[in-house]
Design a protein. Structure first.
Length: 133
């Protein structure tokens, strides 16, 4: 599995990296702009991401805007809706408006911080990215 972790907070990136270590090849981006570049590069190399863990609150390009752009890039590359990267929003925002906006923009999952290995692995199983152990 090819994984991209996107978060402006160093500790959150480190926690997610440790949780996901061993489940695939892991890349890290510290903001939405870096995430867009990583997605474009992966698709151009015909090695797209299977999983993107994306924070919503980031400087420069917020996660919701990055998600919309990622889905647009996939669409332009001929990747059909529902067959691109599985996106798990990882955020401290717990309100329903952000939750609904994220799902409308194309995420498959929404997890609120603090993150735990249990929460992340449950979502990976639910998304059929790994099998239950």
């Amino acid at each position: 599995m090819k994984i991209l972790v996107v978060d402006d907070d160093f500790i959150c990136r480190k926690v997610l990296s440790r949780i996901l270590d061993g489940y695939g090849d892991l890349d890290i981006a510290s903001d939405g702009d870096e995430a867009i570049c990583a997605v474009e590069m992966a698709i151009s190399e015909e090695d797209p991401y299977d999983l993107i863990c994306l924070d919503l609150c980031m400087p420069k390009l917020p996660g919701l805007d990055a998600l919309k752009e990622i889905r647009s890039i996939e669409h332009s590359a001929g990747i059909k809706l529902g067959t691109g990267a599985k996106v798990i929003i990882t955020t401290s925002l717990k309100d329903s408006s952000n939750l609904m906006a994220a799902f409308r923009a194309g995420c498959e999952s929404y997890i609120t911080k603090p993150l735990s290995k249990t929460k992340i692995l449950e979502e990976l199983v639910r998304l059929k990215l790994v099998t239950a152990s």
